[in-house]
Design a protein around this ligand. Structure first.
Ligand code: HEM
Length: 452
């Protein structure tokens, strides 16, 4: 772990010396474009891209920032050949009090060290173990969804994924303890979106900090027992994970990685299932294709290997993640002077790339506003025109470590839901949604499930 850490002494406020870069400082003094950024990030970024091109400066959330739009900028930042883009400095202001020292909040050699250790928990054998826990949970969940009447899908899937997470991540059986953990986690998640970060009574922030405490207490109370046994959950896997010299992670590292993992997995998977369900309800032909693929397995319960045969489902998931990437923008902080596209980027500049914008660039995608999963087929492989044009899971050093797990969970759920049911939305319905910080339907996503 030889990487210097003196960059962490850089001012928390990012560099403002950006006047030589095309762009503007937004509509409002101090606040810049904060309101439009939160309300309609896609339109804002599109307008600036059309006006200024693939690199522009902007101002939102009390920070000046440089946006890079498109595969070239994505590659520069994510590949980070010169080790100058800090993930920690960019994410810390949003996450460090609630989710400190998670993998995404570590940089360079220290990050690589921890990532290597955690990787064991995402290998095929481990995922097969989680799958055995998830299968019955998701089956029961689908059974409990209302049938024959309209209901809000977003809240229902959120609850189901939370219940599943208590078992798969923490290894807690349902009951009182799982309820307390779920509530603590929900409060911490809600607080991560809070603007007012003073723990006054009744505030989201205070509830969030208390929620984190509940999770911490549970982990500290259980860790000795977890280290003494082995079970099919991430908590247990992290307790037994070792570095190259055979050393175990410290109790504190296990705790911080688990709590961060819950955070990284939950809203992203909920968002993915919302957009997939919406797109499949709007595109009944694709729903039929997936149903036929599920029926062709001849199974009631799927194994890890069965999941690999669900090729059309994988294409539909890819296309949903292209159109609605759950993480629409990825921030970094540049820790040394650099240059891209002919412009100097000074040290300590906030730099953002955009999966959402990149996924709609007409230069790289055919009819990007059309739902067309076959663009990802082997024959067409539209996403392979540039290695960094399709980045729902990011890329490079911090590429999502849970991407296979996410695909397994999504496929298992859709299998249980679509095999024996049709999902629909009302004629003419268009999903209303917010892009940042995570793409979510703002209208709860009203859908209907009918038994076939
Ligand atoms: C479809 C669902 C998901 C999407 C779209 C997604 C997206 C992302 C993205 C874009 C990043 C990179 C962020 C950055 O570079 O700043 C990331 C990182 C990460 N994701 Fe996911 N994620 C998903 C599901 C999951 C799941 C299920 C888990 C855990 C089981 C997970 C765990 C993580 C972790 C630990 C990181 C940090 C990796 C690192 O810093 O090395 N994610 N994810």
């Amino acid at each position: 772990m030889s990487q210097p850490t003196d960059y962490l002494d850089l001012p928390r406020e990012s560099c403002k010396d950006l006047e030589h870069i095309p762009g503007d400082n937004g509509k409002w003094p101090v606040l810049g474009d904060t309101f439009e950024f939160l309300r309609d990030y896609h339109t804002l970024a599109q307008r600036k891209f059309e006006r200024y091109g693939p690199i522009f400066r902007n101002s939102a959330l009390l920070q000046r920032n440089v946006s890079l739009i498109g595969p070239e900028g994505n590659e520069f930042v994510l590949k980070d050949e010169h080790k100058i883009f800090s993930s920690k400095m960019a994410w810390d202001p949003i996450l460090d009090r609630l989710f400190p020292d998670g993998l995404m909040l570590r940089d360079f050699d220290e990050h690589r060290f921890h990532r290597k250790i955690l990787q064991a928990a995402f290998k095929k054998d481990s995922i097969q173990g989680y799958l055995n826990v998830m299968n019955p949970k998701l089956t029961q969940g689908v059974e409990s969804f209302p049938k024959g009447k309209t209901f809000g899908f977003k809240d229902s899937i959120k609850v189901l994924l939370l219940d599943t997470a208590a078992q798969v991540f923490m290894g807690v059986e349902m009951g009182k303890e799982a309820d307390a953990i779920n509530t603590g986690f929900l409060h911490a998640m809600e607080a991560s979106m809070a603007w007012f970060k003073v723990p006054l009574p009744g505030t989201k922030w205070r509830r969030g900090l208390q929620g984190r405490k509940v999770l911490e207490n549970f982990i500290h109370k259980t860790i000795d027992q977890k280290r003494a046994t082995e079970s099919h959950d991430f908590f247990s896997q992290f307790c037994h994970a070792k570095d190259e010299d055979g050393n175990l992670l410290s109790d504190q590292a296990v705790r911080d990685h688990i709590i961060f993992l819950l955070f990284a997995a939950h809203d992203t998977t909920t968002s993915t299932l919302c957009s997939m369900i919406y797109l499949l309800a709007k595109n009944q032909d694709w729903q039929d294709k997936l149903r036929a693929e599920f029926n062709a397995t001849g199974k009631d319960v799927l194994s890890y290997d069965d999941l690999q045969s669900l090729e059309l489902t994988a294409l539909a998931m890819k296309e949903s993640l292209r159109m609605y990437p759950p993480v629409p923008a990825i921030p970094r902080r540049c820790i040394a002077d650099t240059e891209i596209m002919g412009y100097r980027i000074p040290k300590n500049t906030g730099v953002g790339i955009s999966p959402l914008m990149t996924h709609y660039l007409e230069e790289w995608w055919t009819e990007p506003y059309t739902f067309d999963p076959m663009r990802f087929s082997k024959e067409r492989s539209e996403h392979k025109r540039h290695f960094y044009q399709y980045i729902p899971f990011g890329g490079g050093h911090h590429k999502c470590i849970g991407l296979n797990f996410a695909e397994v969970q999504v496929k298992l759920f859709l299998f249980q839901l679509l095999k024996g049911h049709r999902i629909s939305v009302e004629e003419g319905y268009t999903m209303q949604y917010n892009s940042v910080p995570i793409q979510f339907p703002t209208d709860g996503l009203p859908i209907r499930i009918d038994a076939l």
